[in-house]
Design a protein around this ligand. Structure first.
Ligand SMILES: [Zn+2]
Length: 249
C-alpha cells in the first residue's frame, strides 16, 4: 500500500483514533475499549487501533494539528462548558472551528479508508475525495455539517467512560450520516445535506464559537445491542485483569 494522499510507498504507523483519547478514557486501566457499530454488526477492537498502510509520515504529521486541538478541546468540556436552559445546553468555547471540523472529518476518513475495516460497510464513495481535500488540501470549500451532543453511556446509572464507539453509519439513516462516540460526546457528521433539519440548524458546530452542545438523556448500554457487546468485552477484560492482579499480588 502507498500513502492515500500522495502515493509515497513509505507509510507509517497511523492511529485511527488519536491515541490520547484512548489513554484518557482508560484511566487506570491497562487498555481502553473501542468498538464499532457497523451495519454488519459489532466488532471489537483493542484501544489504539492503528494502520500502517494508509499515510506517509508527512501526511500522518499533517493530522497532528487538528488531533491535538480536538484532544485538548474534549478534555476541557467538563470544566469550561457553560450550561444554559436548565442544563439542557452547553456552550463550549471553540476558537478554531476549522480544526474541529478537520478532526471530525479525518477521524471518520481514517476509519473508513483503513483496510482493517474492509469487512464493514465503510464506503464513503465520492465523498472520500472531498473529505481528503478538506483534511489534507488547502482551500477546500467542502463544509459538511456536524453536530456534537453530550451523550453518556451508563451501566446502572454509572457513566462508562471507557466506551469509545468508532465511526459508523446507522442502519436506515442512509449513506450520508456518520457518527462516533468519544469523550462522553456523540459526534454526528452529514456528508451532504439533502434534507435540512431546521431543528438542528441552530446547533451546527461548523464555524461555531462557542459550540452549542445539546445534552441528551443518559443511555443505558443495554439500549443498543452493539454497545452492550463492546461493554461485555470491556467487563471481561477488566475481570480477567483483576483476577490476574489478585493472583499475582
Ligand atoms: Zn503522503
Amino acid at each position: 500500500m502507498t500513502c492515500l494522499v500522495c502515493g509515497d510507498p513509505a507509510t507509517v504507523k497511523s492511529h485511527l483514533t488519536p491515541r490520547a483519547f484512548t489513554l484518557d478514557i482508560r484511566g487506570a486501566d491497562t487498555r481502553a475499549y473501542e468498538g464499532s457499530l457497523a451495519l454488519e454488526g459489532t466488532r471489537y477492537t483493542q484501544a489504539g487501533t492503528f494502520d500502517r498502510t494508509i499515510l506517509c509520515d508527512v501526511h500522518e504529521q499533517a493530522l497532528r494539528e487538528c488531533d491535538d486541538y480536538a484532544i485538548d478541546w474534549v478534555r476541557r468540556v467538563s470544566t469550561e462548558a457553560r450550561a444554559s436552559h436548565e442544563g439542557m445546553l452547553l456552550h463550549m468555547p471553540n476558537p478554531r472551528p476549522d480544526l474541529l471540523l478537520r478532526f471530525v472529518c479525518s477521524h471518520i476518513w481514517r476509519h473508513a479508508v483503513s483496510p482493517q475495516n474492509r469487512a464493514f460497510d465503510m464506503d464513503l464513495s465520492a465523498w472520500e475525495w472531498q473529505l481528503r481535500q478538506l483534511i489534507f488540501g488547502s482551500g477546500s470549500r467542502y463544509n459538511p455539517t456536524f453536530h456534537i451532543f453530550r451523550q453518556r453511556w451508563t451501566s446502572e446509572g454509572a457513566e462508562l467512560k471507557e466506551l469509545l464507539v468508532a465511526p459508523h453509519r446507522l442502519p436506515g439513516q442512509g449513506r450520508r450520516r456518520w457518527e462516533f462516540d468519544l469523550g462522553g460526546l456523540l459526534w454526528v457528521l452529514r456528508l451532504n445535506e439533502r434534507h435540512v433539519d431546521h431543528g438542528l440548524e441552530s446547533l451546527k458546530a461548523n464555524g461555531a464559537d462557542p459550540v452549542r452542545i445539546l445534552v441528551l438523556d443518559d443511555r443505558e448500554l443495554t439500549d443498543r445491542p452493539g454497545v452492550l457487546d463492546i461493554a461485555v468485552n470491556m467487563f471481561r477484560e477488566r475481570y480477567l485483569r483483576e483476577q490476574r492482579e489478585a493472583g499475582g499480588a
